[in-house]
Ligand binder design. Structure first.
Ligand code: GLN
Length: 477
């Protein structure tokens, strides 16, 4: 019974072409998956094991013992971590089986999963389109029906944006809600492990398992983990689950020139929220426009420091040279792809002596104003915010070559990372036949009410638009 869930996932992966020649979703498959499935339940009751035998896919920047952890980078080719991430250990302790590692933009820098040393992942809904990124492989694994849930990581939208592009649910928890131990660092003040699920309930289940204080991560919060599934269940059964809930509609997230299909789907979702009992109120978050410039200073600055450790000595690949400095040089030049190199250069520049005040310090000040926007609306009686997750549905592979245009994909998501608040993306319908995501943002540690509202909205809008996962033939086209 248990082994069969894993077997079914492996069969499904084969049928949709999840390997390199097909959708390119999985960069490694756990060689022990079926053995683990059999072992995971021995001597333990179903109650102790909320994820009994459940196959879970894990983004390749999260440390696992049985497979390499490469961050989609040549510089970590073949690197196997000597320890596992706390989130992976918690999943396994709950009975889950790690099915494999998912493709991603190199070091989680990107919004399309095209910047991977393994080549791009294709969107299962339409293989000519990107799945979003950087957790594109995890979103695609769920969308293709391989797994019910997957882990991703968020620095500026990397779980929510691919969830939106692939028609699945994606949660970015409050900063500190989930341990980062074993998540390869990108920008430490923004990074957080997130979950992708087929439904809000799947995501709530996975989040409940991985959340909570971890002595191995000093930034993880000392705060009890609520029963998220109970919140979801209540919302799914109540007659007016959002009675008394004030939902803010921030005008800066609904620009005049927005994509028509995204605007229409958001209007339908807002109407549904009202039918569920919520009051929708127009609000303003005046510093929203600065999120992209601030994020693209803070994140590269922290990345330039975090990625200094990949020097050919301690981890992964080394390109030999006569002298030490030349070895560093050759390893890093050949090991990092162009987007990661661009971020390291940007980050080094904004931290350099002459420019620190003008860029990095200034960006931190504006980051505080963005956080203040959230504090103010939430203090003014707004319980949750509703926005689109992304400006457009999934774009075709290769369509965006200008880095700045790619960065604009994060315009509605990076704000929550900068402020540290939790946010979720759920499918709210189709535009041009492609999934559209709606985002609900909550105050710090407001995951319970956020998931409840998302579950109510999910039910009101009907099943996920992705009712028919792709046929194997579509996957290969
Ligand atoms: N797209 C953003 C970036 O490229 C966000 C990445 C992320 O959240 N990891 O930095």
């Amino acid at each position: 019974m248990t082994a069969s869930k894993v077997r079914a996932a492996l069969d499904r992966a084969a049928a949709v072409g999840a390997g390199r020649e097909g959708l390119n979703i999985l960069v490694a498959v756990n060689p022990r998956a079926e053995d683990d499935a059999a072992l995971s339940v021995v001597g333990r009751s179903e109650q102790e094991l909320p994820l009994s035998g459940e196959p879970v896919a894990v983004k390749d920047n999260i440390a696992t013992l049985d497979m390499p952890t490469t961050c989609g980078s040549r510089i970590l080719a073949g690197y196997v971590s000597p320890f596992e991430a706390t989130v992976v250990r918690r999943l396994r302790d709950a009975g889950a089986v790690i099915l494999g590692k998912t493709n991603m933009d190199e070091f989680a820098m990107g919004s399309s999963t095209e910047h991977s040393a393994y080549g791009p992942t294709r969107n299962p809904v339409d293989p000519s389109r990107v799945p979003g990124g950087s957790s594109g492989g995890s979103a695609a694994a769920v969308a293709a029906g391989i797994v019910r849930m997957a882990l991703g990581s968020e620095t500026g939208g990397s779980v929510r944006q691919p969830a939106s592009f692939c028609g699945v649910v994606g949660v970015k928890p409050t900063y500190g809600r989930v341990s980062r131990y074993g998540l390869v660092a990108f920008a430490s003040s923004l990074d957080q492990v997130g979950v992708l699920g087929r439904t809000v309930d799947d995501a709530a289940l996975a989040l409940g398992v991985i959340a909570g204080r971890d002595p191995l991560d000093a930034t993880s919060a000392e705060r009890a983990v609520p029963d998220y599934r109970a919140d979801v269940r209540r919302a799914a059964t109540a007659a007016a689950p959002l009675a008394g809930v004030v939902v803010g509609r921030p005008r800066e997230y609904f620009p005049v020139a927005m994509h028509g299909g995204v605007r229409d789907r958001c209007a339908v979702a807002l109407d549904a929220l009202v039918r569920l009992g919520a009051t929708v109120r127009d609000v303003s978050m005046p510093h929203t426009d600065y999120a992209i410039p601030v994020y693209y200073i803070v994140a590269p600055a922290e990345a330039s420091s975090n990625l200094a450790r990949f020097d050919g000595v301690r981890y992964g690949a080394r390109v030999s040279a006569d002298a030490l400095a030349a070895m560093y040089d050759a390893t890093r030049s050949q090991g990092f792809g162009p987007e990661v190199t661009r971020r390291i250069l940007l980050g080094t520049y904004v931290l350099s002596a002459g420019y620190y005040d003008a860029y990095y310090k200034r960006a931190q000040e504006v980051r505080a104003l963005i956080t203040q926007d959230f504090r103010r609306v939430f203090a003014d009686g707004v319980h949750l915010l509703f926005t689109p997750t992304t400006p457009t549905p999934a774009f075709p592979l290769g369509a965006i070559s200008d880095p700045y245009e790619m960065y604009l994909n994060d315009i509605f998501t990076a704000t929550a990372n900068l402020a540290g608040v939790p946010a979720i993306s759920i499918p709210i319908g189709l535009a041009d036949g492609l999934p559209v995501g709606g985002q609900i943002i909550a105050p710090h540690f407001g995951e319970g009410p956020m998931l409840a509202a998302a579950a109510a909205l999910e039910r009101a809008l009907g099943a996920s638009p992705l009712t028919t996962p792709p046929s194997p033939a579509a996957a290969r086209s």
